[in-house]
Design a protein. Structure first.
Length: 499
């Protein structure tokens, strides 16, 4: 026995006395207590947390027909007492959401024995043969290497036996690495690839890759491409070859589940074929890094000229709004929902995904400018003046956001799912609703207001380098990029040249 003192707390959503579909609030007792001393047969004089480690047990079932003995419905959160003493020294209770902010190690019952061997706030002593976490040298983004032991190797000449330690990944923090070991201990998967399927590889890769992406739309693009690869899901990774990837690019399909084409087979478009290729490039790079494959066959070939040509031919062209269409938008402000959003985009040149990420803290209503942007170095944190024609529209959305207690400029409190904040998909959906409600060219796309901004600025005679700066395009002119400082008044004078 390690002599480590552990205090166990439990909670459940369903209580014996609560009606069906009425769930209890999850809260655990973490208050200081007087400890009982067997030697003196008395309580201590000082109340404190008398353990080294807390194990918070949560029964996750939400129907009364699930037995408490069913371990599949129990989650365990392990947290050193030192963390509670530092972050919540006087608090008597803690909710589940507050507990999760302290980053406890989550495990199931099978992994509980390993993760409960915890010392201090970030170190865990694991059982022999369970695995190890090592901090790699140098300045690395993910410095902690987690490895598991897969058997032992004996040198026939020396007779020396050593562990066969195989990496399962690198992580930003030691806690994340220990969490990965715990999850592997609870549900071991075939790291050494003998039977690892493509679906299992995709799961492992996306769990590591998606958190590094800047936007949810990037992850959705990969998820959409993966749907076309269902024929390969069960294939062993070590059997995958270039011909399989090429085949799925040409013949992969999905079954449409909505709209007028519901139930029909839909083959990959040229753009989707390119995304499938890119997805396999990255996924097999990951597999190669962790020695799950010996070669990345996705990188042994390039997109065919036919696919590239077809992709360019099918790429929808941007259609700027005409002056008549802009007037229709102005005529319907306050009448058709979201018209004001499109006008703001037309007069400031933001990308659709940037529109939903404009923060109130980056907007000055006094000096009339917004700092924002994303995607490229040139596009990030760029200053764009608020055109005088849309100043009132920006102000009204700003005040609405304050009333909704939102940190973002654009919000939809009537959104049926995903909260009030606006993602690219939500913005696109509302854009198309406006297009359907008004007598517009139905080929308009969510990027067209940005194209409208660029077109109207050029027609107004604005310096093309200024236009590039405002929309976040890369500037190759060294003088403009390095030596020319564009003050706010200078930019405002240019942007006001649009009527």
């Amino acid at each position: 026995p390690s002599g480590r003192r552990i205090e166990v707390k439990s909670a459940a959503y369903i209580q014996a006395w609560t009606p069906e579909n009425i769930f209890a609030q999850i809260r655990f007792d973490i208050g200081r207590k007087l400890a009982w001393d067997n030697a003196t047969a008395s309580y201590s004089s000082e109340a404190k947390r008398n353990c080294d480690l807390y194990v918070f047990c949560l029964f996750t079932a939400k129907t009364k027909d699930i037995s408490l003995l069913n371990l599949d419905y129990w989650d365990f959160y392990v947290l050193p007492t030192s963390v509670l003493n530092e972050k919540m020294p006087e608090q008597k209770g803690i909710s589940l959401s507050s507990l999760l902010k302290l980053e406890p190690v989550k495990t199931d019952y099978a992994g509980l024995g390993a993760v409960s061997n915890c010392k201090g706030s970030d170190a865990m002593k694991l059982p022999n043969g369970y695995g190890s976490v090592t901090k790699l040298s140098g300045n690395r983004r993910k410095p902690y290497l987690a490895r598991v032991t897969l058997g032992w190797t004996t040198d026939q000449e020396t007779g020396k036996t050593t562990q066969n330690r195989v990496p399962i990944g690198t992580f930003k923090t030691k806690k994340e690495a220990l969490q990965a070991l715990a999850e592997y201990g609870a549900n071991p998967y075939d790291i050494q690839n003998s039977n690892l399927t493509l679906a299992e590889l995709y799961q492992k890769w996306t769990e590591a890759y998606f958190p590094t992406l800047e936007s949810e739309s990037s992850a959705r693009t990969i998820t959409a491409a993966w749907r076309y690869c269902h024929i390969l899901y069960g294939m062993r990774v070590k059997d995958l070859r270039a011909r399989h990837i090429k085949g799925i690019m040409e013949d992969g399909y999905i079954i449409q589940d909505r709209g007028k084409n519901a139930g029909q087979k839909v083959h990959a478009s040229p753009g989707t074929k390119a995304r499938i290729k890119s997805m396999f490039n990255l996924m097999l790079d990951y597999a190669l890094e962790y020695e799950l494959v010996d070669k990345n066959f996705a990188r042994t070939f390039e997109l065919s000229d036919d696919i590239i040509k077809e992709k360019e031919e099918t790429r929808p062209s941007h259609i700027p709004f005409s002056e008549d269409e802009l007037q229709v938008l102005w005529d319907n402000v306050g009448t058709v929902k979201y018209v004001d959003w499109i006008l703001i985009q037309c007069y400031m040149g933001w990308r659709p995904q940037e529109m939903g990420r404009l923060r109130l803290e980056d907007i000055s209503l006094e000096e009339l400018y917004v700092t924002g942007g994303m995607k490229t170095d040139a596009g990030k944190n760029r200053m764009v003046p608020i055109h005088s024609r849309i100043a009132d529209l920006v102000r009204k959305n700003y005040e609405k956001a304050q009333a909704l207690n939102s940190e973002f400029l654009l919000n939809d409190p009537d959104s049926p799912k995903g909260g009030i904040n606006i993602t690219y998909d939500k913005y696109a959906g509302r854009f198309f609703k406006v297009m359907e409600a008004l007598p517009f060219n139905q080929e308009h796309r969510p990027h067209d207001p940005r194209n409208t901004f660029v077109t109207r600025m050029k027609k107004a005679g604005v310096d093309p380098l200024v236009v590039k700066r405002l929309v976040g395009h890369k500037i190759n002119d060294v003088t403009e990029k390095v030596y020319t400082y564009r003050a706010l008044d200078w930019l405002r004078e240019d942007i006001e040249k649009m009527s």
